[in-house]
Ligand binder design. Structure first.
Ligand code: SF4
Ligand code: SF4
Length: 440
């Protein structure tokens, strides 16, 4: 096959073109695709995008703005992978295509700024992420936020900025890595040797969930190693076309965790867990890291996956202990895309939640439909994301639940914002927060 320099690059990222042959064009994925559902255009469907990627790889189609737009319009939710009978790894293709789009200068400037500055310089740096989180905390607590909102000044910069500003969750006044010791021990016998990846956003913006996670792990008999020099998992960078940067973070994490003896590496963030499970595949051609990555990934467990496997260790008290109003005992669950589609974890969280005595569990319609958060999608494509969020909030409202549980920081922030924007009376919690309150 004749390939242009750009095409070679696409194949290098993929890393061969077998993956492009797998799609049998059956269309089974179409009904699950949020962007196809919006436009009903073939090019906005997984099948259409795969055709375009294959055409670009074969030099039959130019790298164009239309191609870039369709790749960026995709939420990378991977619902199409769950629906696909041929096992097509669509997510790898679209992420490879985004690398190419970036290198060809076809990514919108705002997105480039977010990727190169926010993701590389802030999210990937513990120091700068903490620094900016502190500034955000000050902004929220000092009254400045109220003032800025009241003046409507942000509208002068961009029509969506006042809404994007509201996406930030309330920042805790502490970071979890300063509260969690490098080695935490259970009160009784050590039943499991675990390690913990505390994430970047979870560490700074959802610090209490990390602390709850450690408390619950201790209660079920885990020794927990939390290396202080661990780094961001790299998922946000990889999903946004910055794969080399992401892989360097992966190598650093492998080196850091390799120094310790543990059986399970626990993650409470769906996006981080999914990406760390994928290190094995992503580094399979790296002679120095391939076998270490395989071992590293084999130990990664989402916290709810771990709890479902160790359910006999979870000794729940009835939810009535919390003395909630009866309607607060009605609980529903939203599947984070990177848990249900990327990690295929769907029954496990439900099993655990339903085993809590007294919980009235209501299944959420379209529970695995993306909420629109999708990494940084809700920031860089606010108008498209809000359509998905509105649909999600309508379904949540219809359950009558007053608590919605979900296992990813992006989804939590997005649904909290949605509850306010669309006036849905619901509290958004990570399952581990509820579990902590109810374990005896
Ligand atoms: S990842 Fe999601 S939005 Fe993208 S093509 Fe697949 S189903 Fe559609
Ligand atoms: S991606 Fe899978 S489900 Fe979609 S058209 Fe191709 S083979 Fe069928």
């Amino acid at each position: 096959m004749k390939t242009s320099p750009e095409t070679s690059q696409l194949l290098k990222v993929l890393p061969n073109d077998d993956i492009l042959q797998q799609c049998i064009h059956c269309g089974m994925c179409l009904a699950t695709c949020p962007t196809y559902d919006l436009t009903k255009l073939e090019r906005s469907s997984p099948r259409g995008r795969i055709r375009m990627i294959r055409s670009v790889a074969r030099n039959e189609m130019e790298l164009s703005e239309l191609f870039a737009e369709e790749m960026n319009f995709c939420l990378d939710c991977q619902a199409c992978e769950t629906a696909c009978p041929a096992g097509v790894k669509y997510g790898r293709m679209v992420e490879a295509a985004r690398v190419l789009i970036d290198e060809a200068g076809l990514t919108p400037k705002f997105q480039v700024f977010i990727k190169r500055f926010a993701l590389r310089k802030i999210i990937a740096s513990r120091f700068w992420l903490k620094f900016f989180s502190r500034l955000l905390w000050l902004y929220q607590k000092s009254g400045m936020q109220k003032l800025i909102r009241a003046t409507g000044i942000l509208k002068l910069f961009s029509k969506n900025l006042p809404e994007i500003e509201k996406l930030s969750p309330p920042i805790a006044n502490h970071f979890s890595d300063s509260k969690i010791k490098e080695i935490e021990l259970p009160n009784g016998e050590i039943k499991f040797k675990t390690a913990f990846h505390f994430g970047c956003l979870m560490n700074t913006m959802f610090a209490d969930i990390n602390i709850d996670t450690i408390d619950v792990l201790k209660k079920v008999g885990c020794k927990i190693i939390t290396p202080k020099d661990q780094v961001c998992c790299g998922s946000l960078m990889a999903h946004n076309g910055d794969m080399e940067f992401a892989l360097n973070l992966a190598r650093k994490n492998i080196d850091v965790f390799f120094k310790y003896d543990y059986d399970f590496l626990i993650s409470n963030s769906a996006g981080c867990g999914a990406f760390m499970k994928d290190y094995a595949h992503l580094l399979e051609d790296d002679s120095e890291y391939a076998s270490k990555a395989k071992l590293f990934s084999s130990k990664v467990k989402d916290i709810m996956e771990f709890f479902a496997e160790q359910k006999s260790e979870l000794n729940f008290q009835s939810i009535s202990k919390l003395e909630l109003k009866p309607e607060l005992e009605i609980i529903t669950y939203h599947d984070a895309c990177h848990l249900v589609h990327a990690q295929k974890i769907s029954s496990q969280p439900r099993e655990v939640i339903k085993s809590i005595p007294g919980v009235k569990y209501i299944e959420l319609e379209e529970a695995s439909w993306c909420c629109g958060s999708a990494g940084i999608y809700n920031v860089v494509r606010y108008d498209d994301a809000i359509i998905q969020l509105q649909r999600k909030m309508k379904n949540i409202r219809n359950t009558g639940a007053k608590i919605v549980l979900t296992g990813n920081p992006g989804c939590m922030g997005q649904i909290k914002y949605g509850a306010e924007k669309f006036d849905v009376d619901v509290e958004v919690l990570h399952p581990v927060t509820l579990i902590k309150k109810l374990l005896s």
